[in-house]
Design a protein around this ligand. Structure first.
Ligand code: ARG
Length: 259
């Protein structure tokens, strides 16, 4: 737990430095026109892992969610169409690194390790890792998780933090966190650790079966990842994110999905 707190503390410090730095450069002027001036009509490929409601999920044949809508709006402001590539979460960074996608947007937390492989945009959401439990669980604190079987989505921060704190042997990794919830329902594991809004969304689908632990497990910030050194795209994305924050358009999208 100590490790976890220090990870999230240092992350917050870094992020707040970023936040201060950004203030001087962001402005309310219309980034839109600046950005449109030198864009080609080329499609932007966004990779994501659409197993993460309310940020990205499949609804019939359509992709929906906060990230999908924000990405489309970014594309619109840049005059570029956005195509969604739905892949495994742990393939997102390699796919951006290889250039097969222009950016990854997947409720992706900024971490020091990931920053070695991709560049991150300004952040657009904060989240905490939450602990979901069967409704009748006796687990009451974070420490009660010691020695318990914990389900996570492979390669996520939930996976990284829990492996470090509770030992590899206690972690069950799933390609999507919904599989973890199924395993929990079947009594195969004791808890799932996943981003709070996602946990809330899944728990709300079967409120008689699941509950959430009140303790916030770790705090984090989401950002868009681009190929290292692609400052042209990163600058454009940052301008639009700043604009969406300032205009309230980001909040409007978030409020549609998170009540
Ligand atoms: N925020 C966590 C992370 O960055 C989980 C993200 C999972 N996203 C997804 N679309 N499956 O590791």
């Amino acid at each position: 737990m100590k490790k976890l707190l220090s990870i999230s503390l240092s992350l917050m410090m870094i992020l707040s430095l970023f936040a201060c730095g950004n203030k001087t450069t962001s402005s309310n002027t219309n980034a839109n026109t600046n950005v449109n001036a030198n864009t080609q009509a080329k499609k932007l490929i966004m990779c994501t892992n659409a197993e993460f409601p309310p940020y990205e999920y499949k609804d019939g044949g359509d992709f929906k969610g906060i990230d999908i809508e924000v990405a489309k709006l970014i594309g619109q402001k840049l005059g570029q169409e956005v195509e969604v590539l739905d892949i495994a979460f742990d393939s997102l960074i390699p796919t951006v690194m290889s250039g097969k996608a222009d950016f990854a947007m997947a409720g992706m937390t900024v971490t020091e390790d990931r920053k070695e492989n991709v560049d991150f945009s300004h952040t657009y959401q904060t989240a905490v890792q939450a602990v979901a439990l069967p409704a009748n669980s006796t687990i009451a604190t974070i420490d009660d998780l010691n020695g318990k079987k914990i389900g996570v989505q492979q390669g996520t921060t939930g996976d990284i933090y829990c492996s470090g704190d509770y030992g590899n042997e206690n972690i069950e990794r799933y390609p999507k966190i919904l599989d973890g919830f199924q395993a929990m329902k079947a009594g195969k594991i004791d808890a799932c650790v996943v981003d709070d809004q996602v946990a809330k969304t899944i728990v709300a689908t079967e409120p008689s079966l699941y509950k959430l632990l009140d303790t916030a497990y770790a705090e984090e910030e989401y950002a868009i990842a681009v190929k290292k050194g692609n400052t042209e795209l990163l600058d454009k994305i940052n301008k639009v994110i700043d604009e969406l924050k300032a205009s309230g358009e980001l909040k409007t999208i978030v409020d549609k999905y998170i009540k």
